[in-house]
Design a protein around this ligand. Structure first.
Ligand code: LMR
Length: 327
Protein backbone atom coordinates (compact mmCIF):
# COMPACT_ATOMS: atom_id res chain seq x y z
CA UNK A 1 0.00 0.00 0.00
CA UNK A 2 2.79 2.33 0.99
CA UNK A 3 4.50 1.50 -2.32
CA UNK A 4 1.33 2.29 -4.24
CA UNK A 5 0.91 5.62 -2.47
CA UNK A 6 4.52 6.52 -3.22
CA UNK A 7 4.04 5.61 -6.89
CA UNK A 8 0.85 7.68 -7.17
CA UNK A 9 2.55 10.64 -5.46
CA UNK A 10 5.51 10.38 -7.79
CA UNK A 11 3.26 10.30 -10.90
CA UNK A 12 1.28 13.27 -9.59
CA UNK A 13 4.47 15.23 -8.96
CA UNK A 14 5.78 14.47 -12.45
CA UNK A 15 2.50 15.49 -14.07
CA UNK A 16 2.44 18.63 -11.92
CA UNK A 17 5.96 19.52 -12.98
CA UNK A 18 5.05 18.99 -16.64
CA UNK A 19 1.97 21.16 -16.27
CA UNK A 20 4.12 23.91 -14.79
CA UNK A 21 6.84 23.67 -17.45
CA UNK A 22 4.16 23.55 -20.17
CA UNK A 23 2.77 27.01 -19.34
CA UNK A 24 3.66 29.29 -22.27
CA UNK A 25 5.97 32.24 -21.66
CA UNK A 26 3.97 35.46 -21.73
CA UNK A 27 5.39 38.12 -24.02
CA UNK A 28 3.68 41.50 -23.65
CA UNK A 29 4.10 43.77 -26.70
CA UNK A 30 3.18 47.36 -25.89
CA UNK A 31 2.77 50.18 -28.39
CA UNK A 32 1.06 53.53 -28.67
CA UNK A 33 -0.54 53.62 -32.11
CA UNK A 34 -3.80 52.28 -33.50
CA UNK A 35 -4.13 48.77 -34.90
CA UNK A 36 -4.68 49.97 -38.49
CA UNK A 37 -1.12 51.28 -38.82
CA UNK A 38 2.10 49.55 -39.98
CA UNK A 39 3.15 49.01 -36.36
CA UNK A 40 -0.29 47.87 -35.25
CA UNK A 41 -0.47 45.39 -38.12
CA UNK A 42 3.08 44.15 -37.60
CA UNK A 43 2.39 43.42 -33.92
CA UNK A 44 -0.75 41.46 -34.79
CA UNK A 45 1.13 39.50 -37.45
CA UNK A 46 3.87 38.66 -34.94
CA UNK A 47 1.29 37.52 -32.35
CA UNK A 48 -0.45 35.32 -34.91
CA UNK A 49 2.74 33.76 -36.30
CA UNK A 50 3.91 32.90 -32.79
CA UNK A 51 0.49 31.43 -31.90
CA UNK A 52 0.53 29.29 -35.05
CA UNK A 53 4.10 28.02 -34.78
CA UNK A 54 4.95 27.96 -31.09
CA UNK A 55 1.72 28.60 -29.22
CA UNK A 56 2.57 25.96 -26.63
CA UNK A 57 5.82 27.74 -25.78
CA UNK A 58 5.13 31.49 -26.06
CA UNK A 59 2.00 33.62 -25.96
CA UNK A 60 2.24 37.15 -27.38
CA UNK A 61 -0.21 39.68 -25.97
CA UNK A 62 -0.43 42.96 -27.87
CA UNK A 63 -1.45 46.19 -26.10
CA UNK A 64 -2.04 49.01 -28.64
CA UNK A 65 -3.04 52.68 -28.15
CA UNK A 66 -0.83 53.29 -25.06
CA UNK A 67 -3.14 50.89 -23.14
CA UNK A 68 -0.26 49.46 -21.13
CA UNK A 69 2.51 52.07 -21.33
CA UNK A 70 3.13 55.31 -23.20
CA UNK A 71 6.32 55.39 -25.22
CA UNK A 72 7.97 57.62 -22.66
CA UNK A 73 7.62 54.97 -19.96
CA UNK A 74 7.84 51.73 -21.87
CA UNK A 75 11.62 51.35 -21.89
CA UNK A 76 11.85 51.79 -18.12
CA UNK A 77 9.05 49.24 -17.74
CA UNK A 78 10.93 46.86 -20.03
CA UNK A 79 14.07 47.06 -17.91
CA UNK A 80 11.92 46.24 -14.88
CA UNK A 81 10.47 43.21 -16.66
CA UNK A 82 6.90 44.57 -16.82
CA UNK A 83 6.77 44.38 -20.63
CA UNK A 84 8.91 42.30 -22.96
CA UNK A 85 8.68 43.96 -26.37
CA UNK A 86 7.93 47.38 -27.84
CA UNK A 87 8.67 49.36 -30.96
CA UNK A 88 9.10 53.00 -29.97
CA UNK A 89 9.89 55.55 -32.60
CA UNK A 90 13.63 56.01 -33.15
CA UNK A 91 13.18 59.52 -31.73
CA UNK A 92 12.44 58.15 -28.26
CA UNK A 93 15.80 56.56 -27.39
CA UNK A 94 17.95 59.57 -26.65
CA UNK A 95 18.14 58.78 -22.92
CA UNK A 96 19.74 55.46 -23.89
CA UNK A 97 21.92 56.33 -26.90
CA UNK A 98 22.83 59.41 -28.90
CA UNK A 99 23.54 57.58 -32.17
CA UNK A 100 19.92 56.90 -33.06
CA UNK A 101 19.36 60.66 -33.14
CA UNK A 102 20.62 60.42 -36.70
CA UNK A 103 17.13 59.44 -37.84
CA UNK A 104 15.71 62.76 -36.60
CA UNK A 105 17.99 65.00 -38.66
CA UNK A 106 15.71 67.05 -40.93
CA UNK A 107 15.93 66.45 -44.68
CA UNK A 108 18.59 63.74 -44.28
CA UNK A 109 16.73 61.02 -46.20
CA UNK A 110 15.04 61.91 -49.46
CA UNK A 111 12.54 59.03 -49.26
CA UNK A 112 11.81 55.70 -47.57
CA UNK A 113 14.02 53.77 -50.01
CA UNK A 114 16.98 55.79 -48.79
CA UNK A 115 15.97 55.07 -45.17
CA UNK A 116 15.78 51.35 -45.97
CA UNK A 117 19.20 51.38 -47.67
CA UNK A 118 20.79 53.07 -44.66
CA UNK A 119 19.10 50.77 -42.13
CA UNK A 120 20.31 47.69 -44.00
CA UNK A 121 23.86 49.04 -44.45
CA UNK A 122 26.69 47.96 -42.16
CA UNK A 123 26.47 51.21 -40.19
CA UNK A 124 22.70 50.96 -39.93
CA UNK A 125 22.89 47.40 -38.63
CA UNK A 126 25.57 48.34 -36.11
CA UNK A 127 23.17 50.89 -34.63
CA UNK A 128 20.90 48.02 -33.59
CA UNK A 129 23.53 47.23 -30.96
CA UNK A 130 23.79 50.76 -29.63
CA UNK A 131 21.46 49.99 -26.70
CA UNK A 132 23.27 46.87 -25.44
CA UNK A 133 25.15 48.75 -22.75
CA UNK A 134 21.83 49.94 -21.39
CA UNK A 135 20.32 46.46 -21.16
CA UNK A 136 18.19 46.67 -24.32
CA UNK A 137 18.45 44.65 -27.53
CA UNK A 138 17.49 46.14 -30.91
CA UNK A 139 15.79 43.37 -32.89
CA UNK A 140 15.04 45.22 -36.12
CA UNK A 141 13.85 48.40 -37.78
CA UNK A 142 10.23 48.89 -38.76
CA UNK A 143 8.99 51.56 -41.15
CA UNK A 144 6.17 53.98 -40.68
CA UNK A 145 7.02 56.73 -43.16
CA UNK A 146 7.94 60.32 -43.85
CA UNK A 147 6.62 63.07 -41.56
CA UNK A 148 4.31 65.91 -42.55
CA UNK A 149 3.55 69.16 -40.74
CA UNK A 150 0.00 69.76 -39.58
CA UNK A 151 -1.19 73.10 -38.21
CA UNK A 152 -4.10 75.38 -37.45
CA UNK A 153 -2.94 77.75 -40.19
CA UNK A 154 -1.35 77.05 -43.56
CA UNK A 155 2.41 76.53 -43.44
CA UNK A 156 4.11 77.16 -46.78
CA UNK A 157 7.42 78.70 -45.76
CA UNK A 158 9.39 78.58 -42.49
CA UNK A 159 8.26 82.07 -41.42
CA UNK A 160 4.66 80.73 -41.27
CA UNK A 161 5.75 78.52 -38.35
CA UNK A 162 7.34 81.34 -36.41
CA UNK A 163 6.01 81.65 -32.85
CA UNK A 164 3.70 78.63 -33.22
CA UNK A 165 3.68 75.78 -30.69
CA UNK A 166 4.37 72.29 -32.05
CA UNK A 167 4.17 69.01 -30.19
CA UNK A 168 7.32 66.95 -30.67
CA UNK A 169 8.50 63.53 -29.52
CA UNK A 170 11.16 63.46 -26.76
CA UNK A 171 14.07 64.39 -29.00
CA UNK A 172 16.52 67.27 -28.72
CA UNK A 173 17.11 67.10 -32.47
CA UNK A 174 13.42 67.67 -33.13
CA UNK A 175 13.49 70.49 -30.61
CA UNK A 176 16.37 72.12 -32.51
CA UNK A 177 14.58 71.54 -35.81
CA UNK A 178 11.56 73.61 -34.71
CA UNK A 179 13.70 76.22 -32.98
CA UNK A 180 15.50 76.65 -36.32
CA UNK A 181 12.28 78.08 -37.76
CA UNK A 182 11.57 80.15 -34.62
CA UNK A 183 8.74 77.88 -33.55
CA UNK A 184 8.09 76.65 -29.99
CA UNK A 185 8.53 72.86 -29.63
CA UNK A 186 6.88 71.00 -26.72
CA UNK A 187 7.81 67.42 -25.83
CA UNK A 188 4.57 65.54 -25.17
CA UNK A 189 3.46 61.89 -25.21
CA UNK A 190 1.65 60.64 -28.31
CA UNK A 191 -1.49 59.84 -26.30
CA UNK A 192 -1.98 63.55 -25.49
CA UNK A 193 -1.59 64.98 -28.99
CA UNK A 194 -5.23 64.86 -30.11
CA UNK A 195 -6.50 66.70 -27.04
CA UNK A 196 -3.71 69.27 -27.20
CA UNK A 197 -4.67 70.02 -30.80
CA UNK A 198 -8.40 69.94 -30.18
CA UNK A 199 -8.20 72.36 -27.27
CA UNK A 200 -5.79 74.54 -29.24
CA UNK A 201 -3.21 74.31 -26.46
CA UNK A 202 -0.78 73.81 -29.34
CA UNK A 203 -0.89 74.95 -32.97
CA UNK A 204 0.53 71.96 -34.75
CA UNK A 205 2.56 68.78 -34.81
CA UNK A 206 4.61 66.60 -37.13
CA UNK A 207 3.69 63.05 -37.97
CA UNK A 208 3.18 60.43 -40.66
CA UNK A 209 0.04 60.06 -42.78
CA UNK A 210 -0.96 56.87 -40.96
CA UNK A 211 -0.60 58.38 -37.49
CA UNK A 212 -2.42 61.57 -38.50
CA UNK A 213 -5.29 59.61 -40.01
CA UNK A 214 -5.64 56.81 -37.45
CA UNK A 215 -5.58 59.25 -34.52
CA UNK A 216 -7.88 61.73 -36.31
CA UNK A 217 -5.45 64.65 -36.04
CA UNK A 218 -6.73 65.79 -39.45
CA UNK A 219 -10.15 66.40 -37.89
CA UNK A 220 -8.68 69.05 -35.59
CA UNK A 221 -5.96 70.41 -37.89
CA UNK A 222 -7.29 72.24 -40.95
CA UNK A 223 -3.95 72.22 -42.83
CA UNK A 224 -1.32 69.58 -43.50
CA UNK A 225 1.82 70.59 -45.37
CA UNK A 226 3.27 67.74 -47.39
CA UNK A 227 6.82 68.47 -46.30
CA UNK A 228 8.35 64.97 -46.09
CA UNK A 229 10.97 66.70 -43.93
CA UNK A 230 11.95 63.73 -41.81
CA UNK A 231 11.38 60.07 -41.10
CA UNK A 232 9.37 58.34 -38.37
CA UNK A 233 10.52 54.75 -38.07
CA UNK A 234 10.74 52.31 -35.19
CA UNK A 235 13.16 50.08 -33.40
CA UNK A 236 11.68 46.81 -32.17
CA UNK A 237 13.31 46.25 -28.78
CA UNK A 238 13.40 43.78 -25.95
CA UNK A 239 15.39 43.60 -22.74
CA UNK A 240 18.71 41.78 -22.75
CA UNK A 241 17.64 39.97 -19.59
CA UNK A 242 14.44 38.58 -21.14
CA UNK A 243 16.04 37.78 -24.49
CA UNK A 244 19.10 36.00 -23.13
CA UNK A 245 16.95 34.12 -20.61
CA UNK A 246 15.09 32.30 -23.40
CA UNK A 247 16.16 28.85 -24.62
CA UNK A 248 18.18 29.16 -27.79
CA UNK A 249 15.59 27.41 -29.98
CA UNK A 250 12.74 29.54 -28.61
CA UNK A 251 14.77 32.70 -29.24
CA UNK A 252 15.55 31.62 -32.80
CA UNK A 253 11.90 30.80 -33.56
CA UNK A 254 10.73 34.10 -32.08
CA UNK A 255 13.31 36.04 -34.09
CA UNK A 256 12.20 34.27 -37.26
CA UNK A 257 8.54 35.16 -36.61
CA UNK A 258 9.51 38.73 -35.78
CA UNK A 259 11.59 39.15 -38.94
CA UNK A 260 8.63 37.97 -41.00
CA UNK A 261 6.23 40.28 -39.16
CA UNK A 262 8.60 43.23 -39.67
CA UNK A 263 8.91 42.40 -43.38
CA UNK A 264 5.12 42.38 -43.56
CA UNK A 265 4.83 45.74 -41.73
CA UNK A 266 7.46 47.27 -43.99
CA UNK A 267 5.73 45.95 -47.08
CA UNK A 268 2.40 47.58 -46.20
CA UNK A 269 3.83 50.87 -44.89
CA UNK A 270 4.10 52.68 -48.26
CA UNK A 271 0.59 51.70 -49.34
CA UNK A 272 -0.78 52.64 -45.93
CA UNK A 273 0.80 56.10 -46.19
CA UNK A 274 -0.70 56.64 -49.65
CA UNK A 275 -4.14 55.30 -48.64
CA UNK A 276 -4.30 57.37 -45.45
CA UNK A 277 -3.15 60.52 -47.25
CA UNK A 278 -5.99 60.00 -49.73
CA UNK A 279 -8.49 59.25 -46.95
CA UNK A 280 -7.55 62.55 -45.28
CA UNK A 281 -8.12 64.43 -48.55
CA UNK A 282 -11.42 62.61 -49.12
CA UNK A 283 -12.61 63.45 -45.61
CA UNK A 284 -12.61 67.13 -46.55
CA UNK A 285 -11.58 67.95 -42.96
CA UNK A 286 -8.07 69.10 -43.73
CA UNK A 287 -6.42 70.70 -46.73
CA UNK A 288 -3.24 69.00 -47.92
CA UNK A 289 -0.82 71.71 -49.01
CA UNK A 290 1.70 70.78 -51.69
CA UNK A 291 4.61 73.19 -51.56
CA UNK A 292 6.76 74.23 -54.51
CA UNK A 293 10.42 73.24 -54.81
CA UNK A 294 11.43 76.81 -53.97
CA UNK A 295 9.25 76.84 -50.84
CA UNK A 296 10.61 73.45 -49.78
CA UNK A 297 14.15 74.73 -50.27
CA UNK A 298 13.45 77.44 -47.71
CA UNK A 299 12.62 74.77 -45.10
CA UNK A 300 15.79 72.86 -46.03
CA UNK A 301 17.93 75.99 -45.69
CA UNK A 302 16.41 76.86 -42.33
CA UNK A 303 16.54 73.38 -40.79
CA UNK A 304 19.69 71.80 -42.20
CA UNK A 305 22.08 73.67 -39.84
CA UNK A 306 20.72 71.30 -37.15
CA UNK A 307 23.00 68.58 -38.62
CA UNK A 308 26.08 70.56 -37.58
CA UNK A 309 24.65 71.17 -34.13
CA UNK A 310 24.47 67.40 -33.46
CA UNK A 311 27.48 66.29 -35.46
CA UNK A 312 29.66 65.64 -32.41
CA UNK A 313 27.01 63.57 -30.63
CA UNK A 314 25.98 61.53 -33.65
CA UNK A 315 29.27 61.35 -35.56
CA UNK A 316 30.15 63.06 -38.84
CA UNK A 317 30.97 59.71 -40.50
CA UNK A 318 27.59 58.28 -39.65
CA UNK A 319 25.81 61.35 -41.02
CA UNK A 320 27.87 61.09 -44.20
CA UNK A 321 26.99 57.38 -44.55
CA UNK A 322 23.30 58.15 -44.12
CA UNK A 323 23.45 60.98 -46.67
CA UNK A 324 25.12 58.57 -49.13
CA UNK A 325 22.07 56.32 -48.96
CA UNK A 326 20.19 58.91 -51.02
CA UNK A 327 22.22 57.94 -54.09
C1 LMR B 1 4.70 59.82 -31.95
O1 LMR B 1 4.89 59.91 -30.72
O2 LMR B 1 4.26 60.74 -32.63
C2 LMR B 1 5.01 58.50 -32.62
O3 LMR B 1 6.20 58.02 -32.12
C3 LMR B 1 3.93 57.50 -32.37
C4 LMR B 1 4.29 56.19 -33.00
O4 LMR B 1 4.64 55.27 -32.29
O5 LMR B 1 4.22 56.12 -34.23
Amino acid sequence: MRLLTAAVTSIALTLGAQAVSAAPIELKFSHVVAENTPKGQMAIKFRDLVAERMGDKVEVKVFPNSQLFGDNKVLEAMLLGDVQMAAPSLSKFQKYTKSLQIFDLPFLFKDMDAVERFQQSEQGQELLNSLRKRGLVGLGYLHNGMKQLSASEPLRVPSDASGKKFRIMTSDVLQAQFEAVDAVPLKKPFSEVFTLLQTKAIDGQENTWSNIYSKKFHEVQPYITESNHGVLDYLVVTSAEFWSGLDEDVRAELKQALDEAIAYGNKISDDKAAEDRQAIIDSGRSEVIEISDAERQQWVDAMKPVWKQFEDEIGADLIEAAAQSNQ
